[in-house]
Design a protein around this ligand. Structure first.
Ligand SMILES: C[S@@+](CC[C@H](N)C(=O)[O-])C[C@H]1O[C@@H](n2cnc3c(N)ncnc32)[C@H](O)[C@@H]1O
Length: 357
């Protein structure tokens, strides 16, 4: 499985500056996508569809266009504008010329994002140099320094294959993974970038009849509804609070999708009702118990086999890896392959794609 690669943090040497910048109407800036480890390939593919993004190296790229386009990316957790300085240590950023350049760089990001405060993230952020940098930036940018909640997140770190330091400034006050549609959250709610990746890898097809059993706060429903047309889509959950929560999120996203308070294992629906079944199963910690899951998982696979069309796809996300893989080994009705393993919030769930044998 793909793991967090250091390449996403590789420096962007000035010698790599694309040729012909002078011909562009807007100056190109260097950017870096922050992505949950494991979802890099999905984010790279999404990035390649951005017109004008160029010199793409992993999750780094140059882009001369309106940054607003970058804030519509759905796989990354955040987008940072990046610039490097040939200084041996952060103190060098306080030099007259470097500080003027740094201020101009950050002001460009602030003009776009409208952040109302800033914070610094760096090794040794308690040091006297960092404290001085924070004071000077506060005065120069006329922006409050809020070390814990600052909206403009500024990361400082050494270049990995260069002598200098680079500064990364997050384009948006909140991470992109904090979706505007999320007006309701539940314990065990799925990170929206993971839901996006599951749909991308499951395939987005107009003709799909989609079922989202165990829909919780509706993350998989909303993310799919935002991806484009489908033939039909329905979510079910046993918990009435979760159903209300999913409905609120769908309403905020202005998407009309049916969610019902029904047991996913006893829907009473006819066989082969769906072409895509996609589910984030209870992981046995925030939701459900390991004991319950031992019975739930095999029953789930049996019922989903009945509900799925002959050529259909079943996509499952779980953190109960040993249980799920044992249940897979003990049955003969499904082919399964791993789509990704992602690291998020102390968990490392896997997504699987199953098809009928
Ligand atoms: C891991 S959570 C889903 C979280 C969801 N992906 C989200 O983003 O909020 C699992 C959900 O399965 C539901 N659930 C458990 N057993 C169920 C069953 N037999 N039928 C329907 N829902 C069930 C729980 O109520 C819970 O909301």
């Amino acid at each position: 499985m793909p793991r967090a690669s250091h390449s996403k943090y590789a420096p962007f040497p000035r010698s790599k500056r694309p040729q012909g910048d002078h011909r562009a109407r807007q100056p190109a800036h260097a950017y870096l996508l922050e992505v949950l480890p494991g979802l890099e390939p999905v984010a790279e593919e999404e990035l390649r569809a951005v017109p004008l993004a160029r010199d793409i190296r992993g999750l780094r790229f140059w882009y001369p266009g309106d940054p607003e386009r970058l804030t519509r990316l759905r796989a990354p957790v955040a987008v940072f504008r990046v610039r490097a300085w040939d200084v041996p240590r952060p103190r060098g950023l306080l030099g007259h010329q470097q500080f003027a350049e740094l201020t101009a760089f950050l002001a460009g990001v602030l003009r776009f994002g409208g952040h109302r405060s800033f914070r610094l993230a760096a090794a040794g952020r308690e040091s006297s140099v960092m404290a001085r940098l924070a004071d000077e930036l506060q005065a120069a940018l006329q922006l409050p320094h809020d070390p814990e909640e600052g909206e403009l997140l500024i990361r400082l770190r050494p270049q990995e294959d260069g002598p200098g330091w680079e500064v990364l400034a997050r384009l948006t006050p909140r991470p992109l993974s904090a979706r505007a549609w999320r007006v309701c959250n539940m314990g065990g709610g799925l990170n929206a970038t993971i839901a996006y990746a599951m749909h991308r890898l499951a395939g987005v097809r107009e003709e799909d009849r989609i079922f989202n059993p165990m829909s919780g706060s509706g993350t998989l429903l909303v993310e799919r509804a935002l991806l484009g047309p489908y033939a039909a889509m329905v979510g079910v959950d046993l918990n009435p609070e979760a159903v209300a929560c999913a409905r609120a999120n769908l309403h905020a996203a202005r998407r009309d999708v049916e969610v019902a308070c029904v047991d996913a294992l006893h829907t009473g629906l006819p066989p082969r009702s769906f072409d895509l079944i996609i589910s984030d199963l209870p992981w046995g910690d925030a939701v459900g118990t390991h004991g319950d899951n031992a019975a739930l998982y095999p029953a789930f696979l049996t019922e989903m086999h009945r509900l799925l069309s002959r050529q259909g796809r079943l996509v499952v996300l779980t953190h109960e890896l040993r249980l799920f893989e044992r249940v897979l080994r003990e049955q003969e009705r499904w082919y399964a392959r791993e789509l990704f393993q992602v690291y998020s919030g102390g968990h490392h769930p896997k997504a699987y794609l199953l098809s009928k044998r």
